[in-house]
Design a binder for this molecule. Structure first.
Ligand code: NAD
Ligand code: UDP
Length: 316
């Protein structure tokens, strides 16, 4: 008798990261149930999968209960607006998907006795006073600021995930994702990578918020997906940072985007959004030790591929 394929539910599966996860798990021979309400995702990210008999798309808001017939082996909760522009536009759906959505998907994992992995974020460290950020750092978050809807929803999601692990003995994982970029980001999602690439490709001035002295550390999507897959199959329940520790100021990043796009763009300065973290860089010692994972793709290489993708896909 042939062994049944493992079934994985990916919430937020029509988004940037979720769709790459769907690709990866199908390639690895799993059946994928992609659940998304398309609030910030798009069908174009998964259209190539719709004919695959091992793939199913379910349009559903996971802040409402979800039911599936049959077995489920893994539940990955990736549904949530993720760009500051998106979560400022949808603060209440963001709070709901981080809290009610986490509760509903944990309930599904409990019912099906499935392993659960939630997508957390470097934002749970807030505007960090410890640098680089280790998983043991509790963070510096303004709960009532504009980013609070996202940061606190993710902090709640981590807390309820650990409560289900401790109380219901659910087999859980938490990945703290640091700024990740690559093909399938929305050109207008407002994050710095698509913003700068769009502006550079149109020879428009790149919009630097503040003086551009704030730092970020950018991870290419393929490295991130590999880290998540390794975490899913490792036995490790505490949060794990996954990100690229190569740190750049936003000014340095802008200059690199201009160079790699062969652009004539100049720079223009805009006010720094409230509570914008001044520095961010993951400490990835844990991922190295327990997952044997380190990122391989240099920013210049990933940026070249991303610029090429945006040229082919979204620039008219
Ligand atoms: P994205 O906006 O491209 O994807 C999110 C997906 O979730 C979208 O397809 C959206 O339609 C879906 N969604 C949102 N609310 C939903 C709901 N209530 N029900 C069903 N679907 C819903 O963003 P992304 O960058 O791919 O982020 C995916 C996940 O990774 C998010 O949970 C985000 O917080 C986390 N994350 C991403 C990054 C990053 O740098 N990309 C960093 C940290 C954390
Ligand atoms: N940023 C910028 N210009 C832009 C968009 C973003 O200078 O057009 C800055 C933003 O203020 C932040 C950094 O780039 O300091 C990363 O912003 P992003 O929205 O990508 O994500 P964040 O890391 O803040 O969640």
């Amino acid at each position: 008798m042939s062994k049944r394929k493992k079934v994985i539910v990916v919430t937020g599966g029509a988004g940037f990261l979720g769709s790459h996860l769907c690709d990866r798990f199908l390639e690895d021979g799993l059946r994928v149930l992609c659940v998304d309400n398309l609030i910030t995702g798009h069908m174009r990210n998964i259209r190539h999968l719709l004919r695959d008999k091992n793939f199913r798309f379910i349009k559903h808001d996971v802040s409402k209960k979800l039911h599936f017939k049959g077995p489920v082996d893994y539940v990955l909760h990736f549904a949530s607006p993720a760009s500051p522009v998106d979560y400022l536009k949808y603060p209440i759906p963001t709070l709901k998907v981080g809290s009610l959505g986490a509760h509903n998907t944990l309930g599904l994992a409990k019912l099906k006795k499935a392993r659960y992995l939630m997508a957390s974020t470097s934002e749970i460290y807030g505007d960090p006073e410890v640098h680089p950020q280790k998983e043991t750092y509790w963070g510096h978050v303004n709960p009532v600021g504009p980013r609070g809807c996202y940061d606190e929803a993710k902090r709640f999601a981590e807390a309820i995930t650990m409560a289900y692990h401790r109380y219901h003995k659910i087999d859980t994982r938490i990945v703290r994702i640091f700024n990740t970029y690559g093909p399938r980001m929305r050109i207008n999602d407002g994050r710095v990578v698509p913003n700068f690439i769009y502006q550079a490709l149109h020879n428009k001035p790149l919009t630097i918020y503040g003086f551009g002295k704030q730092t970020r550390s950018f991870c290419y999507y393929s490295d991130l997906i590999e880290g998540i897959v390794r975490l899913l199959y490792a036995k490790f329940h505490s949060p794990v940072n996954i990100g690229n520790p190569d740190e750049f100021t936003i000014l340095q990043f802008a200059k690199l985007v201009i160079k790699e796009s062969n652009s004539k763009s100049t720079l223009t300065y805009r006010p720094l959004p409230m509570d914008d973290p001044k520095q961010r860089k993951p400490d990835i010692t844990l991922a190295g030790k327990y997952l044997k994972w380190i990122p391989k793709i240099k920013l210049q290489t990933g940026l070249r591929e991303t610029i090429q993708w945006f040229k082919e896909n979204l620039i008219d």
